[in-house]
Design a protein. Structure first.
Length: 436
């Protein structure tokens, strides 16, 4: 028996030791190995739930065919992962969520219709369909799928929906990471209609942040090429993977995270005396004497110092300034007044990380109330200046992270709780006017 046949025989059935040597042999004999790998997929498709539970060749074949970028097996892979959910789970286990998007992408044969049909077919496992959304996103990033084509397809899926589906978390993720700003109303629609899980990307304001976020090393939706041995050798199903497992490392990482959160929540940025020739704390880059030294104090300074505000606006989307090619900025879509009001709302509403047992709810509510009241003052002045008489019209022109009806309602609750009767009556009058 030849070396390749021995390698194939060794990986045909389950073992708790990763077959590193056999994977190397198969990789070195790719063309000769392909018929065996394709046949393993056929066997799994034909036998389904009757397949020997210790049979593993079809499982390894998926990753190896992805590594070999074997487009001839694409439709066969589609057929396998389109089997009923329980069957796919029996045949592939964790591969449903861990590697299918990379495998489909690397074996993609150009049949876009087949991918779109998978997304539409609710009989297919929801995680598989979600992985297909990743593939579509990657095809767009590669320039192999047009922007309008992808956006129209995603929009149709959203508005055809009737109930929550994991698929829509993936759709929102792709919309944000592809920076389709004009599809923010579709994300809002999904939240409003309970189609998404807030635990996946966060609430709507987090999605707005993600829309304008760029990593220095921008992440793709799918990895290409893939190394099957590298991926699988770390899985917990193998003893080697268990030995290299990181229970102790994870514990250390957790402790590190807790310490970082403690530093962030406990370290306040206090106002300090600024010299005339020091850099201005507003961040302009000018000397203090040539910038803000003689400017009148802003109302927002009564809530938090400029340094403290900058700390909590670090995750706020980039407004503008020096533009990097290919990136989008808030000022490309919103006017400066809208951004100023939105930043005030963001400072008051956006979740600030910290340890639950160290939170001061009364202090947080006071800060939120002050920011929201300041936002109300600016928003009401803007609405009067522009003759805007409804929350809907105001949001259409100026809303970024938060809807005016919602934050105004939050402000009323905080004012009522604090016993600020005069301010409550003032805001309530405006709310009634804006509700029509």
């Amino acid at each position: 028996m030849g070396e390749l046949q021995k390698a194939i025989e060794t990986i045909t059935y389950r073992s708790n030791i990763f077959p590193k040597k056999e994977f190397r042999v198969i990789t070195e004999n790719q063309e000769e190995a392909l018929p065996y790998l394709r046949a393993a997929l056929d066997k799994a498709i034909q036998e389904k739930d009757d397949l020997d539970p210790d049979y593993m060749l079809h499982f390894y074949a998926l990753f190896l065919l992805g590594q070999f970028q074997d487009t001839s097996s694409f439709q066969e892979i589609i057929e396998l992962v389109s089997l009923p959910s329980d069957t796919v789970d029996y045949l592939l286990g964790d591969a449903i969520t861990e590697g299918i998007s990379d495998i489909l992408y690397n074996t993609y044969d150009g049949n876009l219709t087949l991918l779109e049909q998978m997304v539409t077919d609710k009989n297919i496992d929801e995680f598989i369909r979600g992985n297909v959304i990743n593939v579509l996103g990657q095809l767009y990033l590669d320039g192999r799928l047009g922007k309008s084509e992808l956006k129209n397809f995603l929009s149709r899926k959203i508005h055809e929906a009737g109930e929550y589906d994991f698929l829509f978390n993936k759709i929102a993720d792709v919309i944000c990471k592809c920076h389709f700003v004009d599809m923010l109303p579709e994300i809002r629609y999904m939240f409003d209609n309970g189609l998404m899980d807030e635990g996946y990307l966060g609430e709507y304001d987090s999605c707005v942040d993600l829309m304008f976020e760029y990593d220095e090393d921008e992440q793709n939706f799918c990895e290409s090429p893939i190394d099957a041995a590298r991926i699988l050798s770390t899985w917990a199903m193998f003893k080697e993977g268990e030995k290299s497992g990181s229970a102790e490392l994870s514990e250390k990482d957790f402790e590190k995270m807790v310490r970082a959160m403690e530093r962030m929540s406990n370290t306040s940025v206090h106002k300090k005396k600024i010299g005339r020739n020091d850099p201005c704390p507003c961040g302009s880059g000018k000397k203090y004497k040539f910038c803000c030294m003689n400017k009148p104090k802003e109302p927002v300074d009564d809530i938090e110092t400029p340094e403290e505000r900058r700390k909590w606006l670090e995750s706020y989307p980039a407004v503008g300034g020096e533009h990097k090619p290919g990136r989008i900025y808030l000022e490309d879509y919103y006017d400066r007044t809208s951004i100023d009001i939105d930043q005030i709302l963001y400072l008051g509403i956006m979740h600030r990380p910290g340890l639950i047992w160290e939170r001061n709810e009364e202090k947080e509510n006071m800060r939120t109330k002050q920011y929201l009241y300041l936002a109300y003052q600016k928003a009401s002045e803007l609405a009067e200046r522009e003759n805007v008489t409804s929350f809907t019209d105001f949001d259409e022109k100026h809303s970024i992270h938060y809807r005016s009806r919602e934050w105004a309602g939050m402000l009323l609750e905080l004012l009522k709780k604090a016993g600020d009767k005069e301010a409550y009556k003032e805001v309530q009058t405006w709310v009634k006017k804006m509700k029509g």
